[in-house]
Design a binder for this molecule. Structure first.
Ligand code: ZN
Length: 161
């Protein structure tokens, strides 16, 4: 089940993941399945109620490309700036433009336990920034201007009732 705003789990800073175990592998599989079923671009573990630093991203435009799984991801470089529309599985039905870096270099462990830096551009770079934010308890609505935040509160919280 995907937690939705204002669930407090979404505001907790997620914990560092230790060595790879079967449990972690299962969790990653579960995250990919949950993300795919919900037609999401990305998912952070705390969105399904597990406070650990794992993100999955539906990376490719090609159908056969595997989703990206990153354990303990760290953004080590950000470049450029662009505005684009974002949504979030934890904030269903709400979309708004957010300013993000155009390029991001992220380091993290993959499912094969190898530590790799990955260079991301465009939508992938945006998704990585959005998902790493989740691990730090940050939602994309936090990046909105005060006026848009007010709008969000009125629209979204009204629908929640
Ligand atoms: Zn999200």
């Amino acid at each position: 089940m995907i937690r939705t705003h204002p669930d407090r789990m979404l505001r907790r800073v997620a914990g560092v993941v230790g060595p790879m175990t079967d449990e972690i592998r299962l969790l990653c599989d579960d995250m990919v399945a949950t993300m795919t079923a919900a037609h999401g671009v990305g998912l952070a573990a705390n969105q399904i109620g597990v406070s650990l630093r794992i993100i999955t991203i539906e990376a490719g435009s090609e159908k056969e490309s595997e989703p990206l799984v990153l354990i303990n991801p760290r953004i080590i470089r950000l470049e450029g700036e662009e505005v684009g529309e974002e949504g979030c599985l934890s904030i269903p039905g709400f979309y708004e433009t957010v300013k993000r870096a155009t390029k991001a270099v992220v380091e993290g462990r993959g499912l094969d336990d190898r530590e790799l830096p990955i260079e991301c551009n465009g939508l992938l770079a945006r998704a990585v920034q959005h998902e790493v934010d989740h691990l730090n308890g940050i939602l994309f609505i936090d990046h909105l201007s005060p006026v848009k935040k007010q709008l969000f509160k009125r629209e979204y919280m009204k629908e929640k009732k």
